[in-house]
Design a protein around this ligand. Structure first.
Ligand SMILES: O[C@H]1[C@H](O)[C@@H](O)[C@H](O)[C@@H](O)[C@H]1O
Ligand SMILES: [Fe+2]
Ligand SMILES: [Fe+2]
Length: 303
């Protein structure tokens, strides 16, 4: 076993990493969470008084009002057709640089930097899990729905945390109070603990608020990506903080979900805490990621 002590000034904190020679046994003791985001506040502090606070709260107000069961059904049917554009994964990474995410209090770097910062950080601690590196690279590509070539969806239909629709909105969801104006809030078919679902039915049978997670999952699945089920699960539920952070909605999971959740919780640490001002050199790492794309995806995908 090799023990590496590494200094990662780009994250503003030190990373200590243990790497095993046994390919099946990877120790993850490396990544240390920074105490503050790039603006000097706690991560995901939605009440901190910053210049972004008003914009982010306004985002969640509209998001919570308009994400209804019927809306999600319509969007899944429309965007599940994948008839909008043909492009490669890397082309999409580059396209994403045009989009701004108004829901995120911790990030104002170009999106491609967030993708590479997440992927490079997780690659360091899990050097043998190449599927995880690629999952990190593509997890937010669904934000391309904000681009004009996709009909320029509004922010509230693309970014932000996600949550199930068709059952009661859990109190742990950010700015929960705005659900009172959601059309499903007073609908007795959708406002109980189980609502339209059954205990243990599996998340695959649950409709999630529409956005970049579920869309990118559909893109990966329909284009026959060979990523393992944990990779697809991470993409699909990475914004589902009520589940992976607060432990809500566990009664909807099945056994496979529970297994996959472990990987999602590992991934989340990197997704959230790698956000920093220090940029990754895109050209330097590009060949590595192109080789992973080639391994797990066709050259052109339908979006
Ligand atoms: O603001 C962020 C951002 O939109 C992320 O991409 C999403 O995954 C998070 O859940 C959300 O809180
Ligand atoms: Fe995301
Ligand atoms: Fe992300």
């Amino acid at each position: 076993m090799t023990i590496l002590i590494d200094h990662r000034p780009e994250f503003g904190f030190e990373v200590e990493e243990k790497v095993s020679n046994d390919k099946d046994l990877v120790y993850n003791e490396g990544f240390e969470m920074p105490h503050a985001n790039a603006f000097g506040h706690n991560f995901r502090d939605y009440d901190a008084e910053t210049e972004r606070q008003g914009e982010v709260e306004d985002f969640y107000r509209t998001n919570h009002i308009y994400q209804t069961y019927d809306f999600v059904k319509t969007m899944r049917a429309e965007y599940g057709k994948l008839d909008k554009v043909e492009m490669s994964i890397w082309e999409c990474c580059e396209l994403l640089n045009n989009v701004v995410d108004e829901s995120d209090p911790d990030l104002d770097e170009p999106q491609i930097q967030h993708l590479l910062q997440t992927a490079e950080a997780i690659r360091k601690d899990y050097p043998y899990e190449d599927w995880l590196h690629l999952t990190a690279l593509i997890h937010d590509l669904g934000k391309v729905l904000l681009d004009p070539s996709f009909g320029e969806l509004p922010q509230w239909a693309v970014v932000g945390d996600t949550f199930p629709v068709g059952c009661a909105f859990d109190e742990s969801i950010v700015h929960h109070k705005y659900f009172k104006e959601n059309a499903d809030y007073d609908n007795s078919a959708y406002n109980t603990k189980l609502g339209a679902y059954e205990e243990g039915c599996g998340l695959d049978n649950v409709l999630m608020s529409w956005g970049h997670d579920d869309y990118m999952y559909l893109v990966a699945k329909e284009n026959k990506s060979t990523l393992p089920s944990a990779g697809l699960f991470i993409i699909r539920y990475h914004s589902f903080y009520a589940l992976h952070r607060a432990g809500a909605y566990k009664h909807l999971m099945n056994e496979e979900d529970k297994e996959n959740l472990k990987w999602l919780q590992i991934f989340n640490k990197y997704d959230l805490y790698s956000k920093s001002k220090v940029r990754v050199d895109v050209e330097k790492v590009k060949p590595y990621y192109l080789s992973l794309i080639d391994k797990y995806f066709p050259a052109k995908l339908r979006w």
